[in-house]
Design a protein around this ligand. Structure first.
Ligand SMILES: [Zn+2]
Ligand SMILES: [Zn+2]
Length: 741
C-alpha cells in the first residue's frame, strides 16, 4: 500500500485528534497498570530520585506549578525510559497561614479543607499526566509526618540549635491576634485596618547560623547545580569578609564590632548595632525600647532595603572603639541597616567609605561623644572575621493550624520537653480556626496535661511551628514507604537508598527553603541519623528555574489572578500545555505567560497527529519499523537526521534543556516531512523503502517526544500497532537507530 503524498493527505479522512479522550484513556491505563510505582531495589538498575518541592495546599494548580512539575516529569519519564529505577512523588505543604485563611474563608475546619484541596489538586495533577507515585505522597499535616517535625524540634532543642528568646511580634489589638508579616499591610492589619503594634513575645528560634560556615564552604562541592541555584545559596548566606575589633562601655564591657573596610577603621564615626543582635539588651537602656519598636515598624513598612530617608537608627549609648593610638568615643546606634548587610551583628560606621554609613550618619544627627574612658587596655587586636547575612529565624507562630510545639510548661519544673515516646502531640481532631486569636489556646482538652517530670497539672505550649519548619526535611518522606512512617523515619534504610536526591528541580522563589533543608540534613548527620551522608548535603544535581509571570508579576498562590491550569487543560489538552511550558523558555529564564505559545504547541501536536497517524496505521504493513535502507542518497540523509535527533534530544534531556528538546522535536518532524517532499520532487512517488524510512523516523520521533507530551505519543504508538505502552519501550540509542549499510 502506498502512502499518500502530502498533497493528498488532507483529502484522506483520518481520525481527528481528540485530546480529552486520549488523555483520559492513557491516564486510566497508567493508573490500572500502577505504572509509576517506585521499583524495589535491584542491582542492575541505577536508582534515581527526582524531587520537586510540594505545593501549598490551596486547591488549584497554577501555571507556575505546571512549569516546575513538567520539567521534573519529563526528566522522570526520560530516566525510566533509559532504565533507571525512579522515585518521583509529590507531597503537600498543608499547614500554615494560607491553608488556615482559606479554611476560614470557606467556613470549614482546616483538616477537612486541606483534605478537600489536596484531592482536588491531585485530580488536576493526574489530568496533566504527571507520573507521580501517589503511594508515596504525604501532607505535612498528617500526624505521621508532624510527629517527626516534633522529634526534630526536640533533638535540636536538646542540642541548643533551637532556643527561645523575646522578640517583637506584630499584634492587632482589635483582632487580638499576632499577625504574620504577610498580614501586615502598610503597617496596618490586613483584616481590620487597625494600626499594627509590636509587642515582645517569647519566640522559638532555629539556630540556622550554626551551619552558615559549613553550608558556605560546601557550596564549592555541589556538583551539577546550575549557576542560578548556586548564586541563590551564596546570596542567602551573604558571606562577607572583613575584620573585627573591640568597642568598650564605660565599665569595660566589650562588644565585637565588624567592618569589611580593614584600612578604614581610623575614619570611624559611629558603631551600628542590629536590633536583632543577641546582646542588644546589654547595650540598650530600657526607656529606649519603644523607639526601637518604632524603628522596627519602619522596617516592616519599608523593608530593610528601603531607601526612605526616615529609615535610620536610634542612638542608644556611647562606646569607645579601640584604635591604634587609643580609644575613640563613638555613639552606638541601633539600626536595622546592619542586618541587611552583615546579619545580626555590630558594625563600624565609616561614612567616608560606605554609602549606607554616609546616609545613616546624615539621618541620625550624630554629635561628638564627650564621655571620658579610663580603661587600661592591651594593644588593639584587629582580627580577620567573617559575617553572614543568614540569621537565626523565628519558627513559632501564635496560630492553631500548625505542628504543635512539643513543650510543656510546669509551675514546678519550668519548660519541659515532651518525652520522645509521647510523640506525636496531636492537634484536636475537630480543631476549628478563627480570625481572632489562637483557637488552640482555648482548647482545654489540648492545653491541660500532666507534667512528664513531676506529674502535676501543667499546660502545653499553644504556639505552633511555622510551616517553614515542617519543610526543613521535606525531601525525605517520599523515600520512606507510607506504612512505615509512623514507626521510623530518619533511620529507615530506604533513606540511604534515595539520598542524596538525584535531581532536584525548584523555582527561584524557594531558595530559602533549600538553605534550611541543607542545614537540617547536617544537623541530622550530626545526630548520627544520616550517617550515610557525610557531607550533609541532601541534594545532588539541582536546577533552579525562573518563574512564570503574568503581566510582569510572579504567579503564585498569593496572587488572585493566577491562571488555573484546569481551564487550559480543558481547552487545549495536557500535552499541549506541557509542551508549551517547556517550549516557552529555557529553565533559567522567566517568561511572561500568554496563550500564543499554547496555541502554537497545540497546533504542532495537531499537525504531528495529522501527519503521523495515517502513516503509522497498522494496516500499512510497515510497522514495526525496520531500519532505514540506505542505498539512496535521500534515505541516507534521513538516517543521518535520525541519528542527530537521537543524539541531540538525549543530550537535551540529560542536561534538562527541555526547551531545546521541544525545538529539536519540532525540527525533526520538519525534516521527516522535508524528506518526503524531496523524494516526491525527485522521483514523483515514494517507494516501499521510502515509506518504511518515514515510519522508522516517526516511531523514533514518538519515543523521543514521549517524556514531553506522553499521551499523544502513547496513542500514536498504539495506532502503529505497537501494543506495549511506551513506558516499557527503552530509550533509543544512536548506535541502534540505523544500521549503516
Ligand atoms: Zn485586625
Ligand atoms: Zn513538673
Amino acid at each position: 500500500m502506498a502512502i499518500d503524498s502530502p498533497s493528498t493527505v488532507a483529502a484522506t479522512p483520518s481520525s481527528r485528534y481528540e485530546h480529552l479522550r486520549t488523555e483520559q484513556l492513557w491516564q486510566a491505563n497508567w493508573r490500572s497498570a500502577n505504572a509509576f510505582a517506585t521499583p524495589l531495589r535491584s542491582d542492575d538498575r541505577a536508582d534515581a530520585y527526582i524531587f520537586v518541592a510540594p505545593p501549598f495546599t490551596s486547591g488549584a494548580i497554577h501555571i507556575g506549578h505546571v512549569r516546575s512539575y513538567t520539567l521534573a516529569d519529563a526528566y522522570a519519564r526520560f530516566c525510566r525510559s533509559r532504565g533507571d529505577a525512579v522515585l518521583f512523588a509529590l507531597g503537600f505543604d498543608a499547614f500554615g497561614l494560607p491553608a488556615e485563611l482559606s479554611a476560614l474563608e470557606h467556613d470549614e475546619a482546616p483538616a477537612a479543607w486541606v483534605e478537600h484541596c489536596r484531592a482536588q489538586m491531585r485530580k488536576q495533577l493526574e489530568q496533566l499526566g504527571y507520573s507521580f507515585d501517589w503511594s508515596r505522597t504525604f501532607a505535612t499535616s498528617e500526624p505521621d509526618m508532624y510527629k517527626w517535625t516534633q522529634w526534630l524540634f526536640l533533638k535540636l532543642l536538646a542540642n541548643d540549635l533551637i532556643y527561645a528568646r523575646k522578640a517583637p511580634v506584630h499584634w492587632c489589638r482589635r483582632c487580638k491576634t499576632v499577625l504574620a508579616l504577610a498580614q501586615v499591610e502598610a503597617g496596618c492589619c490586613w483584616r481590620c485596618d487597625e494600626e499594627v503594634r509590636l509587642v515582645d513575645r517569647r519566640q522559638w528560634y532555629l539556630r540556622l547560623s550554626a551551619y552558615n560556615e559549613e553550608n558556605d564552604q560546601r557550596i564549592e562541592e555541589l556538583a551539577g547545580w546550575n549557576e542560578p541555584a548556586l548564586t541563590a545559596q551564596r546570596a542567602l548566606l551573604g558571606r562577607i569578609e572583613g575584620v573585627e575589633c573591640d568597642a568598650f562601655a564605660l565599665d569595660g564591657r566589650s562588644l565585637a564590632v565588624f567592618t569589611p573596610y580593614a584600612d578604614g577603621i581610623a575614619d570611624a564615626e559611629f558603631i551600628a548595632i542590629s536590633p536583632n543582635h543577641p546582646e542588644l539588651g546589654r547595650w540598650v537602656v530600657d526607656n529606649q525600647g519603644p523607639t526601637i519598636d518604632a524603628m522596627n515598624m519602619q522596617q516592616v513598612r519599608h523593608g530593610a532595603h528601603g531607601d526612605s530617608a526616615k529609615m535610620h537608627g536610634v542612638i542608644a549609648t556611647a562606646v569607645a572603639l579601640q584604635i591604634a593610638g587609643g580609644l575613640r568615643p563613638l555613639p552606638l546606634v541601633v539600626s536595622p541597616y546592619v542586618d541587611a548587610r552583615f546579619g545580626p551583628t555590630a558594625s563600624i560606621g565609616i561614612p567616608t567609605r560606605d554609602a549606607t554609613d554616609k546616609m545613616l550618619a546624615a539621618n541620625i544627627n550624630i554629635e561628638p561623644t564627650i564621655l571620658p574612658w579610663q580603661l587600661k587596655l592591651k594593644e588593639p587586636a584587629v582580627r580577620r572575621a567573617v559575617r553572614y547575612r543568614a540569621a537565626d529565624f523565628p519558627i513559632s507562630r501564635q496560630r492553631a493550624w500548625g505542628t504543635p510545639i512539643p513543650v510543656i510548661y510546669c509551675e514546678a519544673c519550668g519548660t519541659v520537653p515532651v518525652p520522645l515516646e509521647h510523640l506525636p502531640v496531636e492537634l484536636p481532631k475537630d480543631l476549628t480556626v478563627s480570625a481572632t486569636g489562637n483557637t488552640l489556646a482555648t482548647r482545654l482538652d489540648f492545653v491541660d496535661c500532666a507534667c512528664p517530670v513531676c506529674s502535676r497539672r501543667a499546660r502545653r505550649e499553644t504556639d505552633t511551628l511555622d510551616c517553614h519548619m515542617d519543610a526543613t526535611w521535606i525531601e525525605m518522606p517520599h523515600a520512606v514507604p507510607r506504612e512505615k512512617r509512623r514507626e521510623a523515619m530518619f533511620d529507615d534504610p530506604e533513606l540511604a537508598r534515595w539520598l542524596p536526591v538525584s535531581q532536584f528541580i525548584h523555582g527561584a522563589d524557594t531558595g530559602g527553603f533549600v538553605l534550611t533543608e541543607r542545614m537540617m540534613a547536617k544537623t541530622l548527620r550530626d545526630q548520627g541519623v544520616l550517617r550515610f551522608l557525610p557531607s550533609g548535603e541532601p541534594y545532588g544535581p539541582t536546577l533552579m528555574h525562573e518563574m512564570v509571570t503574568l503581566s510582569g508579576r510572579k504567579m503564585s498562590k498569593h496572587l488572585g489572578d493566577a491562571v488555573t491550569a484546569q481551564e487550559m487543560v480543558d481547552t487545549f489538552g495536557a500535552d499541549a500545555l506541557r509542551f508549551a511550558t517547556l517550549y516557552a523558555a529555557a529553565p533559567a529564564r522567566s517568561f511572561n505567560w500568554n496563550e500564543d505559545v499554547l496555541r502554537y504547541s497545540s497546533a504542532f501536536l495537531t499537525e504531528l497527529w495529522g501527519y503521523a497517524e495515517p502513516r503509522l496505521h497498522p494496516d500499512s504493513g510497515l510497522t514495526p519499523a525496520l531500519p532505514i535502507e540506505q542505498s539512496d542518497y535521500l534515505r541516507r540523509k534521513l538516517a543521518s537526521w535520525c541519528r542527530t535527533a537521537v543524539k541531540r534530544i538525549t543530550a537535551n534531556f540529560e542536561t534538562l534543556e527541555m526547551q531545546r528538546a521541544t525545538r529539536n522535536v519540532i525540527l525533526f518532524l520538519g525534516r521527516i516531512k522535508d524528506f518526503e517532499r524531496r523524494v516526491i520532487a525527485r522521483r514523483h512517488a515514494l517507494d516501499e523503502y521510502d515509506e518504511r524510512a518515514i515510519v522508522f523516523a516517526l516511531e523514533l520521533l514518538i519515543r523521543l517526544m514521549a517524556p514531553i507530551s506522553p499521551h499523544i505519543a502513547e496513542e500514536l504508538w498504539r495506532q502503529a500497532g505497537l501494543r506495549e505502552s511506551l513506558l516499557v519501550s527503552s530509550w533509543p540509542v544512536v548506535e541502534a537507530v540505523v544500521e549503516r549499510s
